[in-house]
Design a protein around this ligand. Structure first.
Ligand SMILES: [Ca+2]
Ligand SMILES: [Ca+2]
Length: 213
């Protein structure tokens, strides 16, 4: 995943800056993210260099994904991924929100990563992933890669792909998946992991979302 966003952010945030987190901020973030103080200061320096106002906007995300996927249309996917980073839903991503997401996606537990990925798919935040939400996210991922009209047909078409996944994940056949179903499905069936993650999150972008092995 950007080692996802990490890699991306690193190249995007080049430059020198003297901005630093204060002692209290460092202590809080060390305990919540498991990053060391030195790593946090570096992340912060890079973050402030590119976001002098102290928050990332959706435009910055579009810029990052546009650079990572020059052949695709990143906008639909950015809408969904931004929503996960922006945990308090105020329309901007603060450093704390940013580094928290990076921490989960780079060195969180498998459960934490799956819960994070679940939020990406649960677009309306009602606690369930519906068939339509899954189709929307997978379609956005195809568009991100710029291959929506090329290889995303037949068994690879988003609705067909979702049908295959729902058979595995939606045990009670009510057309929606809870976070527990989602996490259990991923953990008990490696093929689902492959189908949704490698597909959903291939190459660098996949790291941004979740890494499960
Ligand atoms: Ca926010
Ligand atoms: Ca939902």
């Amino acid at each position: 995943m950007l080692t996802s966003m990490g890699t991306t952010a690193s190249f995007l945030f080049k430059g020198k800056n003297t901005s630093k987190l204060n002692k209290n901020e460092i202590e809080e973030l060390e305990s919540t993210t498991n990053f060391k103080a030195q790593q946090l200061q570096k992340w912060y320096k890079d973050f402030i260099h590119d976001c002098p106002d102290g928050h990332m906007t959706k435009e910055v995300f579009r810029k990052i994904y546009g650079q990572l996927f020059p052949a695709g249309n990143p906008s639909p996917f950015v809408d969904y991924i931004f929503n996960v980073f922006d945990s308090n839903k105020d329309g901007v991503v603060t450093f704390k929100e940013f580094i928290t997401a990076i921490a989960v996606t780079t060195h969180g537990s498998v459960d934490d990563k799956l819960k994070w990925a679940f939020k990406l798919y649960d677009i309306d935040n009602d606690g369930y992933v519906s068939r339509y939400e899954m189709i929307d996210v997978i379609t956005a991922i195809y568009q991100l890669h710029g291959r929506f009209h090329a290889s995303a047909r037949g068994r690879n078409a988003p609705d067909e792909r979702v049908n295959q996944l729902l058979v595995k994940l939606d045990k009670d056949r009510d057309g929606k998946i809870s976070c527990t179903d989602f996490c259990n499905g991923f953990k008990t069936d490696p093929m689902i992991v492959k189908a949704l993650l490698s597909h959903t999150l291939s190459e660098r972008s996949s790291e941004l979302i979740v890494e499960v092995t």
